[in-house]
Design a protein around this ligand. Structure first.
Ligand SMILES: Cc1ncc(COP(=O)(O)O)c(C=O)c1O
Length: 388
């Protein structure tokens, strides 16, 4: 039959449109086998030996995610977003200089602070939203990786991916982008020149708060990519087949969920703007956000479901709002179907640079009016509390 090209949205909805070759079933099967039968001549029928290296259920999820990120990239699933992120750093060599976004997911910063030194990596934090700062920080011949998160947790700063990649590549530096928050629905970093893309698939890709998983994707199947794959195999960082299966199911509704969350987040951010209890609404979809112009260029179809608010009354007011919400759930994490609210500073601990007056919101897919009314009521009640 003639092949008819379809959009990423259709590929996601149909899980690549591949029926199970054995049963013809449209829903994928889970392959739980840990090992594969060896032929008398020592070969393996499909080249798979042991599931720490290869699993058909993971491979199916990898093919789908690779198709969504585009550019003919390669994909490897991991047991968590942190397993994926750290595989990239662990594929570097002792003495390598690494530039990392100053504003980024706390877990990556914490891992780098605890382990990069013993790994021999020379890690430098820089403001990747400031291209002059990135340029000044690159050490030609020594810098091997630029790690960018955009929009970046939890201030939602925006890095210009095309410009950062151009700068880095001119100095021979590889660029890895944590695309967890934008997802390939809104930003495809390979189109902007990225070499590697990393995901916490725990968030939007799965989207239902019931899977821990991660992924690394590479524009090229080069030796660095082989080191990442080898790390996964030898360190045992594969996800379980059931997680890979759930992830495939989650990705079928990715476009719907991300578009809905983005639309609602914009409505929430616009509605909160200028609220007397707030000093700031941090959301790249608002025209006054410093990264708005760049975000409008590199994010396609929305600005994502994440925003933060800063309260006039500081930590006391933040706690009062947390006490008062009813529809928002008080929980960490992001990118699920239900809306979450969190005091990031408390979650991150004493070394956190996040301001005490900040609450992070992950917008889900509930009725927008319920979310807006819940926040309005909580802010109202919260601001009547005495400031602690
Ligand atoms: C942007 C980002 N990257 C990576 C991670 C780590 O992912 P995981 O919790 O799946 O290990 C997270 C988790 O919150 C995240 O928000």
């Amino acid at each position: 039959m003639e092949h008819r090209p379809v959009s990423a949205e259709t590929l996601a909805a149909q899980g690549l449109g591949e029926a199970d070759p054995l049963s013809g079933g449209l829903a994928p099967v889970i392959n739980l086998s840990t090992n594969y039968e060896q032929q008398p001549d020592g070969s393996y029928r499909q080249g798979r030996v042991y599931t720490r290296a290869d699993n058909p259920t993971s491979e199916q999820a990898e093919r789908l995610l690779a198709a969504l990120e585009g550019g003919g990239c390669a994909c490897a699933l991991f047991g968590s977003g942190m397993a994926a992120a750290t595989a990239v750093f662990q594929a570097l060599l002792p003495g390598d200089h690494v530039l990392v976004s100053r504003v980024l997911y706390w877990g990556v910063r914490k891992w780098l602070a605890e382990f990069a030194l013993s790994w021999g990596l020379d890690v430098e934090f820089t403001d990747t939203a400031d291209l002059a700062a990135v340029s000044a920080a690159i050490r030609p011949g020594r810098t091997r990786l630029l790690w960018v998160e955009t929009p970046a947790n939890p201030m939602w700063e925006i890095t210009d991916l095309a410009a950062a990649c151009q700068l880095a590549h001119a100095a021979g530096v590889r660029v890895a982008v944590d695309n967890t928050v934008a997802t390939p629905v809104l930003t495809r970093p390979f189109e902007h020149g990225a070499d590697l893309v990393v995901h916490s698939a725990t968030k939007y890709l799965n989207g239902h708060g019931d899977v821990l998983a991660g992924a690394v994707l590479s524009a090229r199947r080069d030796p660095f990519w082989e080191r990442i794959r080898s790390w996964r195999r030898n360190a045992g960082a594969m996800p379980g087949p059931f997680e890979a299966w759930l992830l495939q199911r989650g990705m079928r509704t990715l476009f719907l969920r991300v578009h809905r969350a983005s639309q609602t987040a914009l409505a929430v951010a616009a509605g909160l703007r200028g609220h007397p209890a707030l000093t700031a609404v941090l959301y790249p979809g608002l025209p006054e956000h410093p990264g708005h112009q760049i975000a409008a260029r590199q994010m396609d179809g929305g600005f994502g479901g994440m925003l933060s608010i800063r309260l006039v009354g500081g930590v006391g007011a933040a706690q009062a709002v947390l006490d008062e919400v009813r529809v928002f759930k008080r929980a960490t994490s992001l990118g699920g179907v239900e809306s979450l609210i969190e005091h990031r500073r408390s979650s991150e601990g004493p070394s956190s640079p996040v301001p005490y007056d900040l609450l992070r919101l992950s917008i889900g897919i509930e009725a927008p009016a319920d979310l807006i009314a819940d926040l309005a009521a909580a802010l109202d009640a919260g601001t009547k509390e005495p400031v602690r």
